[in-house]
Design a protein around this ligand. Structure first.
Ligand SMILES: [Zn+2]
Length: 345
């Protein structure tokens, strides 16, 4: 399988985030991508550099206002008296939106939903590179489909991750929604695209981007947001709206669930995807459902990841795997290796 990777991810190296009122080291470290790349290499997969794809595929999913903010935020922030090195707002419009602000501190609050998406000097460049990784992987799958391959696959080794980013809002380590960008790019050649998100966290940004549409099905299996990030989204009753009514399926699981229920839920997800009858699939491949992940939402084994990959491969669809979460733990590389092996089997 082709693995698309850019070393520009390392330009984004968040110093800290706030957890339960404590300043903690960010879990979203460059070392994650190093481990994932090493695992992909060890599996004998071909490593490909992303093409320069420009801003068009990004702006197909994100608002111009937000993309402008991401590009200028850190420089503008530095002009504030006593500013720290990273943009982390302490004011948010939350439920009563009000008006779009002019001041950078206000714009930051508007576009950054939580304290886990600090914008540093290299964040924009790294995020844009991750989006290009996703677009390149989608393009590989489209090109191979056109050339007659039955169910081609490519893996986008994206960092920072993307699935918590909305059209105009960063959150939960995410800035540009690589999964949504890949799906939207696939839409240039496919009428119906499905997204299956198996990250331990609900793919709230992806859901939000496609919520009112019926051409992209969004399905997410995750730890129940009643007790887990992102709290406000990911509940079973969220089914889409307007033309998108019924095109979103959330499958929350109790915290600490293991392989058996996760895989049974995977079968339910596949059933829905088959009914939707897409001609291409994007997998939001979070590996943080691992039993060894520091975020401790679910308890999935390496074997469980492999079995989920086999289930997904049984759809026999052109498939783009987009790396989402998955944090430093003893089995991060093994879990990716197992997924890539079973997908290509
Ligand atoms: Zn996650």
């Amino acid at each position: 399988m082709k693995v698309v990777y850019s070393d520009k991810h390392a330009l984004h190296d968040p110093a800290f985030f706030l957890v339960r009122g404590e300043r903690k080291e960010s879990a979203e470290k460059p070392a994650r991508a190093d481990i994932l790349l090493k695992a992909a290499r060890a599996g004998g997969h071909e490593i490909v550099t992303p093409a320069y794809t420009g801003l068009v595929p990004v702006l197909a999913v994100h608002t111009p206002e937000y993309v402008d903010f991401l590009q200028v935020a850190q420089r503008e922030w530095q002009k504030l008296d006593g500013a720290g090195p990273e943009v982390i707002p302490n004011v948010h419009p939350v439920r009563y939106r009000g008006s779009y602000p002019r001041a950078i501190a206000g714009r930051a609050g508007w576009h950054q939903v939580d304290g886990a998406c600090p914008i540093g000097a290299g964040t924009w460049e790294a995020s844009l590179a991750a989006a290009q990784v996703a677009v390149t992987a989608a393009q590989i799958v489209m090109d191979e489909t056109r050339a007659g391959a039955a169910a081609p696959m490519a893996y986008a080794l994206c960092r920072p991750p993307g699935h918590h980013a909305y059209a105009d809002m960063a959150g939960g380590f995410c800035f540009l929604n690589n999964t949504a960008i890949a799906a939207q790019h696939l839409r240039t050649a496919h009428q119906r695209v499905a997204i299956l998100d198996i990250d331990v966290h609900h793919g709230n940004g992806t859901q939000g981007i496609f919520y009112a549409r019926n051409d992209v099905l969004t399905v997410s299996i995750h730890a129940d947001p009643a007790d887990y990030y992102p709290f406000f989204w990911g509940h079973a009753h969220e089914r889409g709206e307007g033309a998108g009514e019924g095109s979103n399926l959330n499958l929350p699981l109790p915290l600490g669930s293991g392989d058996a229920i996760w895989l049974a839920t995977g079968e339910r997800a596949l059933e829905r995807i088959r009914t939707f009858a897409p001609t291409a699939l994007v997998v939001a491949l979070g590996l943080d459902a691992s039993e060894h992940d520091p975020l401790q939402g679910l308890r999935i084994t390496t074997d469980g990841f492999g079995r989920m990959a086999s289930l997904i491969a049984s759809l026999k669809l052109p498939t783009v795997l987009v790396q989402e979460g998955g944090y430093l733990g003893p089995e991060l590389g093994d879990n990716l290796g197992q997924v890539l092996r079973q997908m290509s089997a």
